[in-house]
Design a binder for this molecule. Sequence first.
Ligand SMILES: [Zn+2]
Length: 238
Amino acid sequence: MSVDILAIAAHRDDVELTCAGTLIKAAALGRKTAIVDLTAGEMGSKGDARSRATEAEKAAAIMKVSARENLGLPDAGIVNTPETREIVARVIRRFKPRVVIAPARQGRHPDHRVTAELVRDACFIAGLAKVAPDVPKHRPLKVVHCISFRQDFEKPTFVVDISAEFEQKLEAIRCFESQFGGATQAGEVYPNGEPLYDAIRHYSAHYGSMIRTKYGEPFFTTETMRVDDVAALEVSTF
Ligand SMILES: [Zn+2]
């Protein structure tokens, strides 16, 4: 199995909140996508691991990913160690992604912050032949961090236009009814008093406005984006 994009997140609803529109759009463009969730969500305040597994399956079908796996690392206890790096590197080698989507490098929840670093390090380690030598090495070309809902000032490197995919993204999020039913806050989404689904719509509209479109999902890369034709640049300054 080889995928174009592999999204790796700490918890089962993280991908839906941060990059579902991007995955849905990629699948529509003919890209092969997959999701790896690091934990089963056993420490969540609402619902339990089993109901979240069923919800994650439903959401995966809406996002049209080719696979969704769970690594069963300890929820609220993710650490970045040689052992966990090897666990994540092995799954990266199995999926052989060109691009990996990781969480934002800062976060309210320590699992999000640690996962960002763990995923990045595991992508590097996956390219070292002498680590877990029983599996052929594979290093993804690129790691991009999804930074939806982050309020630390970090200007997105790029925003994906998800105007056409936004309602499906919301549908994927709504699969996690055990988490979000009646909620005004989830994950990194700070509450403004409105129902969670409305808050997500407003955030997405804000990111969309950054590229002069209805809805968007923001990403950050440490490396600079390349441009060949300056005359073809998009997004109006005015
Ligand atoms: Zn999370």
